[in-house]
Each structure stands twice: as structure tokens, then as C-alpha cells.
Design a protein around this ligand. Structure first.
Ligand code: SF4
Length: 1002
């Protein structure tokens, strides 16, 4: 039997009256349950309404708890796993399914099922409606695919319903059926619905919810409160369709027996007392809302009553300046009377921490933050990444370096098991291990790591090696395919073993513990439900997707908010907050109005047949809510949009064109951009002010003002005490490329970040090619040959080929193929070896001795414009050929392009050093006759240092001058970051440690 009840629709003009009447109606009946869209909205309403304030899900939970024997509510995780098992079972029975089953797709299926049931559709009716809409056309392939898909979905939904029935729990749909059939011994008697339907608000009620509230036993009164604008957008018509005979009353007509005066707020009184107070003077019938003023940007055209700022950060900066300007002008209201309203909380919540923190403005958040953005969740990602990459160098090093875990040096015991013992590994050990792996060209796989460990000699990195072996062995089972529950169990065990204990006095202890406990609760639950529902075989990809999906669904409400700060809240919650000033931010096309979630199964025309709303209905509802929001404040409303989202240009929302319909008067703000608002401005604008700082921050601020000026040479690459030493010529060449790069590499001795390459990096390639030529010429001389001549060129080629083949045996197969082509050539192009041999064979003067990898260390004399001087140098010439006529030829191998003649240093300086070093060899002096690069890139293989003998003197003189100037600058300690070409910075390994002063000049 249905309990007789009073059901009313209470129509209100605006949001101020909306809040007022909710408070009045909630007070009028003991035990009223008030339904709101979100927890954020509930938290706001709790400030003025003493009632049980619940979201839609919580309403079901309250009703369930009042049943005589309440059934257990299935968790979202259980439902998801049941749906996955049902989808697998249904897919096995349907042929020609046009898509693959993935966890994300099954989640969409479950969402679609919920939507159907909430719109009071049964699975059978869904099938019938789709069949009717598709007609009987058997030729259309798309229609055929839809039929197969519909059969699959219906089978999966039926299987899911069977699993729910057979479980010991209930989902929302089976609960609804039971709530309507079974009277509670302690029923909810009064419900006040403050949300519209789901077409107006994504958190709104559905047809089946309204149906439940009409029929549930024990309910005596049901009030639905809505603004006129929302009702006019189509909600009124829908309500009357579902509920013929629904009583309509306006706010003025509401008479509430025993109504006490409502809590209201008087801005003038608040300004006088400095805090919000209850004047307690109004009742429902006498309430008259205030009319806010729309604040426009200084200088904005009259037809643009909104603010346009560069990005989201600038929007918050403008609001912070506004708040400070109000305070200076004596126009401020308490901070908690101001709200910043957005459509989506991120990234506003993160930006607010930074911007309001710098401005010293207290704030409070109503929204939950995503758990996935917490550092702890990122730690779990490190574990999954290490397994997915099969323990590649970068992922295992990142895991070992993570502060969230503890890894010990105990390593494996004699039986190969992991030892619990040993000290915690150090960062130094991990860094040494990183370099050792890079040197060994380790690209992943446990077997390769174990093979390397068998011959490991580096003691500094051994603790990290042991830890890495233990990690890889513990996680290795996950790299194979195993039942889901086993995979999750292995991950869970690893997490529990290695997670670092967190101290009670850690500043992040509460957030960290909350995130950890969410993970520790999730993993065993996920394993248990999978074990109970088919336990499918999972790869590491399946495991990663499942864990990450679950993490992405979790949120938490940050604590520690200032109770009297500016409110940051979304537009759903904002309807429930009584504020003087409201700033609506981020009104861009992609967010306002909110895009409906796209249905991936059916096109809009088919969905219409299933009861889905049209885009026109949604748009009308969104505009109505936007207009409601514009008049929600009591004093001022500000609306802003922005033009840049990260690096992408975005368009303003077309809803901004609706603003005139709110009929608000406008007032332009005076500019306040030059006001000092942020802590950094206190220290960067003259005169400096220390008032915003106290304690250590103030001491530091005062200390910083006594520092040497920012344009002092010390801040621009000048250092003292660079010890004089013999620099290598290649290092001095680096100085000419960029002085700071030289400083980082040769003075600070910073090591470049290692990179994993499938093939050799250029440095290793260079070493390999040099080695091959060295081995060839040594073998050639040992065989009794001297010069390579046209007569013995073929023999030289043959010997070179066999030397190359022997050297290639040291390389992996893929790499060996590349190097063979480079050195020996292909049918399309000659190799490097041929270029080297032909060069010599074409020269008429015979070689008497060949000096390979010749060291040129010591003091050498150079002639500069300032006179003769001696410079200590180190160097190694690739090849010196002493010729019969008392001259020598100097060869430098270049794997890349040859350097520009005007910048080259090595070849000309080695020429001069070699002349001095060779003096007296074989009882004579030797003079440079030829110097050339054998370049492996560029149009010519042989590139002479000087084009004609006449150039020789000029080229050598210029090189000596460059060398002397560079050495003098190094000794003066001049290392500015000024590359000879800014493109050099693109590939520079020291970009992260250099302050690129040149940037302003480019
Ligand atoms: S990033 Fe550019 S300026 Fe900085 S050290 Fe490297 S080359 Fe020089």
C-alpha cells in the first residue's frame, strides 16, 4: 500500500530565495532529509541548515540502513569486477563482435546499464526499443553491427543482474526494488529535494529516483525546490509528465507551521563587526533578495561585461589583487563571504595554494582532490613502470631512488633468496649503479642483470645492484601472465615489504597515510573480487590499467583549510552558499556549458529512442543555471575567461553572451595592477618592505637584500681560483663552443646524464672507429708494408676488411651490420675505409713511418699577436704520417661533419705541437705539409685544413690566437653561458644547470 503523502514543487525566483526556503523548510519538520548534488554542497549547507543533508548515493544508503535487515551494498569495485566477468561471458556467446573487451569499455557498459535502469528501463525493453529504432533492414552493415552489439550488451546486463542476485549484496537497482516493496520500521518521513534531474545537473535525480520517492512506504512529505529559470528550461514539463497532479506553489505561498526566523546576513552589520553574524529577522514570506552588481574589467567595452585574462593563474592573481584593493579602500567583507566558482576544480585548487599562499590570503576548499595526483600514487606507478619495462635502467633507478620505499643492500643469499638484512642503500650507490648499467649498455631483463652481477667488480655500486636484483626477482612473476588475484597479490606483497614507514611528525603525515591506506585497502579487495568472479589471466598491462583506473576514481578532501578563508568551489556547490562576492572563473568554451559524457555505444538518434535528452534541452538547462549563478551573490559578481590553457589557445564560452539576460547593473573596477600584493612583490618593488614576513622568513629576506647586486659578475659566469693546468685541446674547443659548458664539464666535472640507446652513442662509435683504424695500420706495418700505393691498394682493402670483421665480432648483430656498412660501404656508396686508403694511395710521396693515436702533451710555443708564448697542453693526434721528403701529414677522423675552418682548433694546434714534438726524430726536423679531416658526414670525405699552401700561415696564426685568448679567459675564470650558436643548447646535457643569460639577447 502506498502511504498518503504531500508532494509539492516549490518555485523560487533566484538562488538567494532558493537557499532561504531550503533553510526554512528543513527547519519546519524534524528529521527532514535534504538531498543536494555533492558533498561540497552539503558542507556549505550545513553552515545554515541543521538537517540530514545527503547526496543521491547517500540518500539510498540512508534508506537502505532503515530496512529491517539491510542488505550489504556492493562496492563499486565489486560491481566493476562482476560486470567484467559478465562481459567476458557474454562475449564468448556472441559472434562477430566488432570491438575488443577492455576494462575501460566495461566501465562504460556498466555506466550505460545504470543509466538505462535509472531511466526506468528494463533490459528487455532496451532490446525492444533498439530493435524498433533499427527497423528490419538486413542489408545495412552498420545496423547489423548495432544488432550484434545490442545482443551482446543485453546478454552481459542479464548476466550481471544474475550475479548481483546470487551475491549477498545489492546494487542501487535491486535496492530500489526492495525499498518500494518493503516497509521500514523507521521510515524517512520528510524529504526535501533541492536538485533537479540529471539533464539539468549531472548529479541530479533520475526518473526512477522520483518514482521511488513517490512510492516508498512511510514517506509523508516530499518537497522539490527549484528556481523558475531551471523549471522553464524543460524541468517543469518533465516533472509534470512523471508526476501528473504535482502541486505547484511559489515561495510566497509557502506557509510553514511554527516557522522560526531564518538566519540571514547583513553586509553592513558584518562590515561593522568584522565577522558574519545572524541578524535573525526574516521569515520565508518576507524575504527579499539583494541585487548584485556586475564588476567589469577596467576599460572593458560595454558589450563585454566579463574579464579576459591570459590564463587560470592570472584569473586568481586578479582576484587576489581585488581582495587586497578592497581592503585598502575599506570595502572588504570577511574573506569567507567571498567565493571563487569554477566548473572543474583542477588546476584552480593547485594554483590557489601557490597564488593565495604568496598573497597571504586564507582560503578553503570544498572539493576533493584526486588521489592519483598524490605522490604516493606516483610511487605505485614507479613499481608498475619498472615491471612494464622489464626493469630497464631508468625505471629501476627511479624506483631505487624513490623516497617512498626502503631498499636494503642485503641482496640474495646463497640460495638466491632475497635477504632482509643489510643497510639501506645510499644515493651515491644508486648513482654509481646507474652509470655502471649505462656503461654495460644494460637495456633491461632480469636475466641480463643477473649475468652482469656474476662479473660485477664495482664495489661502490654493489649495494644498489643487490637491491635491484632483489626488486627484479620479487616483481619478476608479474612480467608473465597469471590470474589477476595472483598478480595483485604479488604487487601488494612488494608494496608492504618496501614502503617506507612514515613518522608521526612528518609534515605530510595525514595526506600520506590517507593515500597509503587507500592503496592498501584497494589491492586486497581487488584481488578478492577477481578471485570470486572468474579470476582472468592478466598481463602487466592489464594489472597497470586496473590499478590506475581505480586510483583515478578515488578522491580525498584536503584538511587544514582556513575556516575563515575565501571559498573555492564548483558551480554545483556554489548554489548552496550565501556570499557577498562571487567570482565565476574559467568561463571558456570547453567547460561552460559542461559537455555531456559521450555515449560510445549508440548515436544520438538511437539514444533519443531510449529516452536520452536532446542537446537543446541540456543547453537550455545549462544557460538557466548560469544565469541563476550570476545573481547568487548579495553584493558583487565578477565573471572571467582566459585565452591560454597551457600552451593552447582557447575560446571564451558562448554562455558569456547570456550575461545581459541577468539584467544586472555594471560597475567598472579601478585598475589596481600596480598594488603590492604578493610576497615576492614586497621584495622586488622599491622600496622593499619586510612587513609580510616574520621569523626565519624575515631574517632570510633581510639577508638577501644585503647580497651582492644581481648584475655582479659572480652571477654571470665569473669564478675565482680556477687552478692553472694543461687543458686538452678538445676541452678548449668546448670552451669556444660555450664557456659554461666547458666549466660544467671540465671544472665542476659534472657527468652527463647517461642515455640508453639500442645502438652505440656517437662517443662510443668514435672510439670504435678509431680503434679499427689503429688496428689496421698496426697490422699493415707489422706485415712489412709502409705506404698504401695504387699497387697494394687491393691488398690493403682486403686486410682492412678482415680487421673490420674481427672487430665487429665484439658488437651485437644489429649494431655490427650498421658499422660494417659505415666502414666497408655498400653497393650505393663507398665506406670510410676506402676513403682513407685511397687518399693515401693517391699521394705521390711515400710514408716512412706512421704514428697512431700520438700523444702531444707538454709545453708548446705559440705565436700570437701579443708575441711568442708558451702554453701547457694535452692532446692526441689520430694519425701522423711521416713522409719521405721530411714533411708529415696529420689526419683527424671525424664521425660527424668536419668543423668550420674558422673555428677549428684541434687540427691546426696539433700541427704546431707535432712539429715541435717531432723535432730531432730520426735526426731531422719535420714540417707539416698537409692536414686534413677524414669526415664521415658531409659532401666530401677528405676535407683539407687549408685550401692552398698560401692559406697555411693564416689558418695556423688565427688558430694560435684563438687558443691563447681562450686559455687566458679560462685563467681569468670567465665562464658565461654564451654558446656560439643557440641551437647548441637543444642537445646540451648541462641545460638544466645553466642560467642562460644569452636568452635576452636572442
Ligand atoms: S645549455 Fe647552452 S648556454 Fe647552457 S651550457 Fe649548454 S650550450 Fe651553454
Amino acid at each position: 500500500m502506498i502511504t498518503p503523502r504531500r508532494t509539492r514543487l516549490v518555485r523560487v525566483a533566484d538562488l538567494q530565495t532558493f537557499r532561504h526556503i531550503i533553510a526554512a523548510l528543513a527547519r519546519s519538520a524534524q528529521g527532514t532529509v535534504v538531498v543536494v548534488p555533492t558533498r561540497g554542497a552539503a558542507r556549505l549547507l550545513t553552515r545554515t541548515v541543521d538537517a540530514d543533508i545527503v547526496t543521491r548515493e547517500e540518500l539510498y544508503d540512508r534508506l537502505r540502513a532503515r530496512l529491517e535487515n539491510p542488505p550489504r551494498q556492493l562496492s563499486p569495485l565489486e560491481r566493476d569486477v562482476m560486470a567484467q566477468a559478465s562481459a567476458r561471458a557474454a562475449a564468448a556467446g556472441v559472434r562477430d563482435l566488432s570491438f575488443q573487451l577492455r576494462p575501460g569499455l566495461v566501465a562504460e557498459m556498466l555506466r550505460f546499464y545504470d543509466q538505462l535502469r535509472r531511466q526506468s528501463q528494463q533490459v528487455k525493453r532496451f532490446e525492444e526499443l533498439v530493435a524498433e529504432a533499427l527497423g528490419s533492414d538486413d542489408v545495412d552493415k552498420a545496423a547489423q553491427r548495432m544488432r550484434v552489439q545490442t545482443r551482446f550488451l543485453a546478454d552481459a546486463f542479464r548476466d550481471y543482474e544474475r550475479r548481483v542476485r546470487e551475491s549477498d549484496g545489492c546494487d542501487e537497482h535491486t535496492l530500489r526494488e526492495r525499498l518500494m516493496a518493503e516497509a521500514s520500521p523507521n521510515p524517512v518521513r520528510h524529504v526535501l529535494v533541492t536538485i533537479p534531474d540529471w539533464i539539468v545537473d549531472s548529479a541530479g535525480l533520475y526518473q526512477s529516483d522520483f518514482d521511488l520517492l513517490t512510492r516508498i512506504p512511510g514517506l509523508e512529505s516530499l518537497d522539490i525546490v527549484s528556481t523558475e529559470r531551471v523549471l522553464a528550461s524543460g524541468f517543469h514539463e518533465r516533472l509534470h509528465t512523471w508526476w501528473p497532479g504535482l502541486e505547484d506553489v511559489s515561495a510566497q505561498d509557502v506557509r510553514v507551521a511554527g516557522l522560526k526566523p531564518c538566519t540571514t546576513y547583513d553586509p553592513e552589520e558584518t562590515r561593522r563587526s568584522g565577522s558574519a553574524v545572524d541578524s535573525g529577522s526574516e521569515v520565508v514570506q518576507g524575504f527579499s533578495p539583494a541585487r548584485p552588481v556586475l564588476v567589469t574589467q577596467p576599460g572593458a567595452p560595454p558589450d563585454e561585461p566579463w574579464w579576459t585574462l591570459r590564463d587560470r593563474e592570472e584569473e586568481l592573481v586578479a582576484i587576489a589583487r581585488q581582495l587586497k584593493a578592497d581592503r585598502r579602500r575599506g570595502e572588504s567583507v570577511p574573506l569567507e563571504r567571498t567565493a571563487i566558482v569554477y566548473k572543474h576544480p583542477l588546476p584552480y585548487l593547485y594554483a590557489a595554494v601557490e597564488i593565495f599562499g604568496r598573497a597571504g590570503i586564507a582560503y578553503r576548499m570544498s572539493d576533493a582532490l584526486p588521489l592519483a595526483a598524490e605522490p604516493t600514487a606516483a610511487a605505485l606507478d614507479l613499481v608498475l613502470d619498472a615491471v612494464a619495462s622489464r626493469f630497464s635502467r631508468s625505471t629501476i633507478i627511479s624506483l631505487l631512488r624513490s623516497p617512498h620505499f626502503v631498499f636494503r643492500s642485503g641482496g640474495p643469499d646463497a640460495a638466491g633468496a632475497d635477504s632482509e638484512g643489510g643497510a639501506e642503500i645510499t644515493r651515491e650507490s644508486v648513482s654509481a649503479f646507474d652509470r655502471a648499467l649505462s656503461k654495460a649498455r644494460y637495456l633491461g631483463e632480469l636475466e641480463r642483470l643477473e649475468a652482469l652481477a656474476a662479473d660485477w667488480e664495482d664495489e661502490a655500486s654493489r649495494p644498489a645492484l643487490n637491491a635491484a636484483l632483489a626488486v627484479a626477482r620479487a616483481l619478476a612473476p608479474i612480467t608473465a601472465t597469471h590470474p589477476a588475484s595472483q598478480q595483485i597479490g604479488c604487487l601488494h606483497a612488494f608494496w608492504l615489504t618496501h614502503i617506507r614507514p612514515i613518522a608521526d611528525d612528518d609534515p605530510f603525515v595525514s595526506r600520506e597515510r590517507r593515500a597509503r591506506s587507500a592503496i592498501v585497502d584497494m589491492l586486497p579487495s581487488l584481488a578478492a573480487v577477481h578471485a570470486a568472479h572468474g579470476d582472468p589471466d592478466w598481463t602487466i598491462d592489464d594489472l597497470s590499467i586496473a590499478v590506475r583506473r581505480w586510483l583515478e576514481d578515488q578522491t580525498f578532501v584536503p584538511d587544514g583549510d582556513a575556516p575563515r578563508g575565501v571559498h573555492l568551489l564548483d558551480d554545483q556547490a556554489a548554489r548552496y552558499g550565501d556570499f557577498d562576492d562571487v567570482a565565476i572563473v574559467g568561463v571558456v568554451d570547453q567547460d561552460w556549458p559542461e559537455r555531456p559524457r559521450r555515449n560510445i555505444f549508440y548515436p544520438p538518434a538511437l539514444l533519443k529512442a531510449l529516452g536520452w535528452p536532446s542537446e537543446k534541452d541540456r543547453r537550455a538547462a545549462a544557460d538557466a543555471r548560469f544565469l541563476d549563478l550570476l545573481t547568487s551573490a548579495r553584493r558583487r559578481t565578477l565573471v572571467s575567461t582566459f585565452t591560454l590553457d597551457e600552451d593552447a589557445i582557447v575560446s571564451r564560452s558562448l554562455q558569456l553572451d547570456e550575461i545581459p539576460r541577468a539584467r544586472l547593473s555594471t560597475a567598472s573596477r579601478e585598475p589596481f595592477e600596480d598594488a603590492r600584493v604578493f610576497a615576492d612583490e614586497a621584495l622586488s618593488l622599491e622600496p622593499l618592505v619586510f612587513d609580510p614576513f616574520e621569523g626565519p622568513a624575515r631574517s632570510w629576506a633581510e639577508l638577501r637584500t644585503q647580497r651582492s647586486p644581481g648584475d655582479a659578475p659572480d652571477f654571470h659566469g665569473s669564478v675565482h681560483d680556477v687552478a692553472a693546468q694543461a687543458w686538452s685541446v678538445s676541452a678548449i674547443e668546448t670552451y669556444l663552443d660555450c664557456p659554461f659548458k666547458f666549466f660544467a664539464q671540465h671544472v665542476l666535472k659534472l657527468e652527463e646524464e647517461p642515455e640508453d640507446e639500442e645502438i652505440m652513442d656517437p662517443r662510443r662509435q668514435g672510439q670504435f672507429v678509431h680503434k679499427v683504424f689503429e688496428e689496421f695500420f698496426a697490422a699493415w706495418q707489422q706485415a712489412g708494408h709502409r705506404a698504401v700505393t695504387p699497387q697494394n691498394l687491393d691488398a690493403a682493402r682486403e686486410m682492412f676488411t678482415s680487421v673490420v670483421d674481427r672487430a665487429l665480432e665484439r658488437l651485437p648483430a644489429a649494431e655490427a651490420g650498421l658499422e660494417r656498412t659505415r666502414l666497408l660501404g655498400s653497393p650505393a656508396a663507398a665506406g670510410l675505409g676506402d676513403a682513407v686508403l685511397r687518399m693515401e694511395a693517391e699521394r705521390p710521396i711515400a710514408v716512412v713511418e706512421r704514428l697512431l693515436e700520438q700523444r702531444l702533451n707538454g709545453n708548446f710555443t705559440f705565436v700570437t699577436a701579443e708575441g711568442q708564448r708558451t702554453i701547457a697542453l694535452r692532446g692526441k693526434a689520430d694519425r701522423l704520417d711521416l713522409l719521405e721528403d721530411g714533411t708529415f701529414r696529420l689526419i683527424d677522423y671525424k664521425l660527424g661533419w668536419p668543423p668550420q675552418r674558422g673555428r677549428a682548433l684541434q687540427l691546426p694546434i696539433y700541427s704546431i705541437c707535432a712539429e715541435q714534438k717531432l723535432a730531432g726524430r730520426h735526426g731531422r726536423n719535420w714540417q707539416l705539409s698537409e692536414a686534413a679531416y677524414l669526415a664521415f658526414k658531409g659532401p666530401k670525405r677528405v676535407v683539407p685544413l687549408f685550401a692552398t699552401p698560401a692559406d697555411r700561415g693564416k689558418v695556423l696564426a688565427e688558430a694560435q690566437q684563438r687558443l691563447a685568448q681562450a686559455v687566458d679567459a679560462i685563467e681569468r675564470g670567465e665562464f658565461p653561458p654564451t654558446p656560439d650558436d643557440v641551437w647548441r643548447c637543444e642537445t646540451c646535457s648541462f641545460a638544466s644547470v645553466c642560467r642562460k643569460d644569452y636568452v635576452g639577447d636572442v
